[in-house]
Design a protein around this ligand. Structure first.
Ligand SMILES: Cc1cc2nc3c(=O)[nH]c(=O)nc-3n(C[C@H](O)[C@H](O)[C@H](O)COP(=O)(O)O)c2cc1C
Length: 197
């Protein structure tokens, strides 16, 4: 079992990041429940160093895909994502979704012919993971149509990952006096989820 942790806990709070605390709650419970599991992390530095694709980059990537050169470095993150048995993504709720670095990561893992493909019936996912968990913390309360959650739910489906779960610790800045209580409850939920994931 290989768990891929996409660590987008980019925060001005450093180690006091609420998103990191939520991610740690999940990871600690996951390690206890699955001591044999391998953990692979995509750290914030890797995400922040990614460049969005420009037309030249897309042409180069398409040429490599046409040649079946899936071992090319440009596909490294897509290969890693495709092979994971389970995925956990943690990111703060920024500008009604998540940090741009995570959006760029999505461009890199979305490789047609590797992580998904098309046929006459539409798009089919080709990733091995049985489940994807999205963890986020927000200043405002959770809304039903939170873009980050919706986007990751749809991405999981696109990649052929059958199970999607999320934990949203919301209202942390709106109600700072309840922040600790809210975050502790979210961490407990994340821990329970990890234990049966
Ligand atoms: C750049 C930036 C953008 C943010 N945008 C939103 C937002 O659109 N909605 C919201 O509810 N909170 C927003 N927040 C607040 C964060 O979601 C909240 O403080 C979160 O808990 C930060 O997580 P951290 O402690 O891991 O840094 C934003 C914070 C930052 C720094």
């Amino acid at each position: 079992m290989r768990l891929l942790f996409v660590d987008c806990c980019i925060s001005q709070r450093g180690q006091d990041s609420r998103t990191r605390r939520l991610a740690d709650a999940f990871l600690n419970a996951f390690r206890s429940a699955h001591p044999e599991a391998e953990l692979e992390t995509v750290p914030p530095e890797t995400l922040l160093a990614l460049r969005p694709f420009d037309p030249e980059g897309l042409n180069e990537r398409d040429a490599l895909a046409s040649a079946g050169a899936w071992d090319a470095p440009v596909f490294a993150l897509a290969r890693q994502f495709r092979a994971a048995d389970a995925v956990v993504v943690a990111a703060p709720f920024w500008d009604l979704s998540y940090p741009a670095a995570l959006r760029t990561y999505i461009e890199h893992i979305s490789a047609n012919g590797l992580s998904y493909h098309y046929d006459e019936a539409g798009c089919h996912g080709d990733c091995a993971a049985g489940g994807l968990v999205y963890l986020t913390t927000g200043g405002d309360f959770e809304r039903e149509d939170s873009a980050g959650v919706i986007h990751w739910r749809q991405l999981a489906a696109m990649f052929g990952i059958p199970r999607f779960e999320y934990v949203f610790a919301g209202g942390l800045d709106a109600c700072p006096e309840k922040g600790e209580e809210t975050l502790a409850a979210a961490c407990e939920l994340a821990g329970k989820l990890a234990a049966e994931f």
